[in-house]
Ligand binder design. Structure first.
Ligand SMILES: Cc1cc2nc3c(=O)[nH]c(=O)nc-3n(C[C@H](O)[C@H](O)[C@H](O)COP(=O)(O)O)c2cc1C
Length: 127
């Protein structure tokens, strides 16, 4: 409970990133076989924003401890538009070497051998 989990009031800029699955009509190349690809694209755009911000010395925090329903109501977002991310951006005092949650002993960083497999699931050795 002592961890700070949002900086909505303190940060210089808040951005709510949304996804409109109706944009460009019902059939969008790349979304026909895997409908979630639209949301994946939005997340890639967020990551690009994050990298660009960090390169400029600006910190980004993704705040997910909020209710999308409340966001939708407060920001007057139409029902068919999905809020994907609520971001807090601003200049920070420092960039820590380790993520806060790892520092606090929440969870350790996983080794690559735990998350990368070769050729087949659970195969930890390259051929
Ligand atoms: C999908 C997602 C949701 C997150 N939600 C929260 C959150 O609700 N509260 C929080 O403190 N950090 C959350 N984080 C982590 C912070 O956004 C991030 O680790 C922190 O701002 C440090 O940024 P840095 O990794 O660029 O140093 C979330 C990260 C992601 C990718």
């Amino acid at each position: 409970m002592s961890l700070k989990l949002e900086g909505i009031m303190e940060s210089a800029l808040n951005i709510c990133v949304t996804y409109d699955h109706t944009r460009f009509g019902p059939f969008v190349l790349g979304r026909t076989s895997i409908p979630e690809t639209g949301v994946y694209s939005v997340c890639c755009a967020i990551q690009n924003l994050w990298l660009a911000a960090r390169a400029e010395g600006i910190g980004v925090g993704w705040v997910s401890i909020l209710s999308n329903q409340d966001l939708q109501r407060i920001l007057l977002i139409p029902e068919h538009i999905r809020p994907i991310a609520y971001l807090c951006l601003g200049y920070v005092y420092e960039f820590a070497d380790k993520p806060d949650l790892e520092q606090a002993g929440w969870l350790p960083r996983l080794g690559l051998d735990k998350v990368v497999y070769y050729e087949r699931w659970n195969d930890n050795k390259p051929a």
